[in-house]
Design a protein around this ligand. Structure first.
Ligand SMILES: [Zn+2]
Length: 82
């Protein structure tokens, strides 16, 4: 049974499993529209967060967190599970 799901917001990519390097917190991410879902939330549009907002909040910053860093400084892809 496949666990692949398509991003409900943009429908242009499947959701990828990522995690924060700092504490290993896992989430689902669409790399097209940067929508983020925590695993305990259903991947509905209503529950979608934006990666930028989540990263900025975790870093205690406001605004664009990517002015001084790149994705791979903060998050990393998890191995696909089929
Ligand atoms: Zn998307």
């Amino acid at each position: 049974m496949s666990t692949v799901s398509i991003c409900p917001r943009c429908e242009r990519d499947r959701l990828h499993r990522y995690r924060f390097k700092s504490d290993g917190a896992a989430f689902s991410l669409c790399t097209v529209c940067d929508s983020l879902w925590w695993p305990q939330a259903g991947t509905d549009i209503a529950n979608a967060l934006f990666l930028d907002d989540v990263v900025a909040a975790r870093l205690g910053e406001e605004g664009n967190p990517w002015a001084t860093r790149v994705w791979t400084d903060v998050i990393e892809a998890m191995p696909d599970q089929g």
